[in-house]
Design a protein around this ligand. Structure first.
Ligand SMILES: C[S@@+](CC[C@H](N)C(=O)[O-])C[C@H]1O[C@@H](n2cnc3c(N)ncnc32)[C@H](O)[C@@H]1O
Length: 228
């Protein structure tokens, strides 16, 4: 566990470099790391193993990379973030340096390579169901040697909290230059079924604590066949 004071210091230290990318980038980093429970949860529960090669799909301005680097744990073998929007990539590089691992690209077409952990936080609903399924199939292949997919989604079966999440997401997407986005959402049961069909074993955890949203983290593990 990380106590509240230590986490508050970690958030300040992680967000400070974003001042170099402008006031918006800094305030966004600070607010998101403070209020969104997923970042602290990943750290506290050691969900990304030491020595992992990490692929962060739809990495935004690189908050996960920044947090892990500042925390100093887990120690990663490699970090690669792929982000569609050029301004987010620019903010990541201004804050964290040109070698921070965040690159411009579309996860519907970029090669994923071989990794140990894939993180997808609040991204898949930006693309249609066929593209989502294709990304998940390619993620599964990139984890062929075993590993973990950490996928956060809004639960489309959750009623009002889901509609609140969806409204906030659309507003944020509009502000970030995505235009009037039509989101493609599923219930957690449907996400679980899609992952299990790919041979992942799945655990779910509510991931909205302290917010009015309906977010859930799916922790999907794939074990390679014996002798792999
Ligand atoms: C809600 S933000 C989450 C950002 C980051 N995962 C985080 O938690 O801070 C969703 C991100 O996914 C990116 N995105 C959406 N579709 C994408 C695609 N096809 N390829 C790469 N990034 C994409 C968006 O540009 C946006 O930065």
């Amino acid at each position: 566990m990380i106590d509240d004071d230590a986490y508050a210091r970690l958030v300040e230290a992680t967000s400070a470099p974003y001042r170099a990318a402008g006031r918006f980038a800094w305030r966004f980093a600070r607010g998101k790391l403070r209020r969104d429970p997923v970042f602290r949860h990943l750290l506290e529960n050691g969900l990304i193993p030491d020595g992992a090669r990490v692929l962060d799909l739809g990495s935004g301005q690189g908050l996960l990379a920044a947090l892990l680097a500042t925390a100093g744990r887990p120690r990663l073998a490699a970090y690669r973030g792929i982000e569609l929007m050029a301004p987010d990539v620019a903010r990541a590089r201004l804050a964290l340096g040109p070698d921070c691992g965040v690159e411009a690209g579309d996860i519907r077409s970029v090669e994923f390579g071989v990794v140990d952990a894939v993180v997808i936080l609040d991204v898949l609903h930006y693309m249609d169901a066929a593209a989502q399924d294709d990304v998940l199939r390619r993620v599964r292949r990139s984890l062929a040697g075993g590993g973990v997919l950490l996928l956060r989604v809004g639960d489309a079966a959750a009623g009002l909290p889901f509609r609140v999440s969806n409204w906030v997401d659309r507003t944020v997407a509009l502000a970030r230059g995505h235009g009037a986005t039509l989101f493609h959402c599923r219930s957690v049961a449907q996400w679980r079924a899609a992952l299990e069909a790919l041979d992942f074993s799945v655990q779910t955890e509510p991931m909205s604590r302290g917010t009015p949203f309906a977010n859930v983290l799916l922790c999907a593990r794939h074990s390679p066949p014996a002798g792999h």
